[in-house]
Design a protein around this ligand. Sequence first.
Ligand SMILES: *[C@@H]1O[C@H](CO)[C@@H](O)[C@H](O)[C@H]1NC(C)=O
Ligand SMILES: *[C@@H]1O[C@H](CO)[C@@H](O)[C@H](O)[C@H]1NC(C)=O
Ligand SMILES: *[C@@H]1O[C@H](CO)[C@@H](O)[C@H](O)[C@H]1NC(C)=O
Ligand SMILES: *[C@@H]1O[C@H](CO)[C@@H](O)[C@H](O)[C@H]1NC(C)=O
Ligand SMILES: *[C@@H]1O[C@H](CO)[C@@H](O)[C@H](O)[C@H]1NC(C)=O
Ligand SMILES: *[C@@H]1O[C@H](CO)[C@@H](O)[C@H](O)[C@H]1NC(C)=O
Length: 478
Amino acid sequence: MVLCRRRRIFKGKLAGIGFVVLTIVVFTQYQDFLFLNCCNSTQQKNYEWHLTSPSFMIRTTNLSEIFVEVKPNNKNNISIFKAESSKVLIQTAARTETYINKRLQKHHQACVGKEFIIGREPDRSIPFHFQVSKSHQLIYCSIEKAGTTFWRRVLQVLDSTNLDNPYQIKPLNVNKHSQSLAKEDIFRMLAKLRTHAVFMFVRNPFSRLLSGYLDKIYTANPYYWAMIGKEIRSPEMNNAIMRLDKMKNLRRIEKTQIPCYHDITFDEFIQYVIDAENTTSHKRDPHFMSMYDLCKPCQINYDFIGKMETFKNDFNFIMGALNISKFDVNDLEKMASDDIFLDVATSLDERRNEIVKCMSMHEAYLRSWKHMQIRGLISNQQNYPYSEKQSQYLNPIKFVRTLKTARSKSTSKEDLKRQKEQYFVDIFRTVELKKLEKLVKVLRNDFEIFDYEAYPEAIFVKNIKERLNHSEIFDVLR
Ligand SMILES: *[C@@H]1O[C@H](CO)[C@@H](O)[C@H](O)[C@H]1NC(C)=O
Ligand SMILES: *[C@@H]1O[C@H](CO)[C@@H](O)[C@H](O)[C@H]1NC(C)=O
Ligand SMILES: *[C@@H]1O[C@H](CO)[C@@H](O)[C@H](O)[C@H]1NC(C)=O
Ligand SMILES: *[C@@H]1O[C@H](CO)[C@@H](O)[C@H](O)[C@H]1NC(C)=O
Ligand SMILES: *[C@@H]1O[C@H](CO)[C@@H](O)[C@H](O)[C@H]1NC(C)=O
Ligand SMILES: *[C@@H]1O[C@H](CO)[C@@H](O)[C@H](O)[C@H]1NC(C)=O
């Protein structure tokens, strides 16, 4: 096997050389972080960054101490900023908008005693989560599966002179052009976090995990199948391969012909999340990782924390505070589902060659159809209209058109909302109660810091009565 031979070589003489080369590469790439030239020797000592091989992660001796720097001495003293700065505008508006004010106060209370709980992401990846709008001096901390793509687009539109609608940016181009703070050295980053208006959006942890499962694992996605599948079903394969980058990783996986893992159940997925959060033996993924760990909400002083559950109000709050009248939230909502359809159709098409190695395109389309029903975008009375043979020749444009037709024939908005809630409850009924309780335990920081109900009746009470079988909900070929 190719993999074994390579490993043996690596273990021998080449290992030393490889290590030196890699160290130099990593060193060059991260020298901004390694050599802090701003500060005197005492500070240097506190902020020493060092390599922890062999994972090549860069850590501070104590990141908590650095993040404490971000907090101004007096939390509420914003008099040093100009009255028209975004920070002042948002903080001022937050004081007068009752529900926002209450939320922030609850947040500050929840953070008491958690100032030094920094999670397991104290490395170079943190600045990648901070997106900047230069024109409005805004910093958005992105949490995967909580509106990230949308906000990255909005920030780009705000900084652009020729764009006026977030959906003009194709989903695939969103990350290419977004401005992250990762290019800054740590002290400039911290300075910006102090002077810009800093905000984030969070989502109910249960909904967020379901969304992650539907989007990355249930929807045909061979890259995720391989990555998560290995974590779940053959953890012993892991350590050697997982540190390579995504594409190399995928090619390796193809070579060694690891199974497809297209049949990971929601129950297995939840177990993976528990293990990944509670132990270091599983690779974590930002889409399924605890939210507090991505954005450090008790170390960084957020001026605003939005919630996906009150998205329209929260969006209007920010835009109102900043006096931006460019967007109509109702128009955006309408465009959002078109955008989802397009994204679903084009990504299936792009992955076609990989997908057919694991399942028929027919099954892949049927899964995406079901996904749209679970999300309440089309009614579950609308059936996928193509035969197995027709599915083979289905193109993205036609699939989008079919989804739109199904949406137009779907029942009222209220019915779709009920349908979505029913699926939500039913899907969590496929998971053992004990497992859900463990899940709440490992995610307790998210529930507490962002004020979400940890034991919602809908999930926990109904789960006691009657469990559901995964295939009753998800099997599309039945
Ligand atoms: C280094 O800077 C810190 C903070 O500004 C200061 O408290 C300390 O006295 C300085 N140390 C030296 C040796 O200059
Ligand atoms: C980091 O620093 C804080 C504050 O100085 C301290 O409470 C905490 O125990 C330190 N953590 C570690 C791992 O040293
Ligand atoms: C805020 O800071 C300014 C200048 O640094 C100071 O004059 C003022 O008293 C402070 N206000 C409060 C409420 O601490
Ligand atoms: C808000 O923007 C409008 C134009 O877009 C402007 O006329 C108005 O003065 C602004 N209001 C404030 C409070 O800045
Ligand atoms: C997390 O891991 C510890 C140590 O292995 C174990 O005692 C604990 O039960 C685990 N917690 C959950 C929620 O699985
Ligand atoms: C779930 O249902 C399928 C098909 O009805 C069946 O084959 C399978 O054994 C069931 N699994 C469990 C755990 O009941």
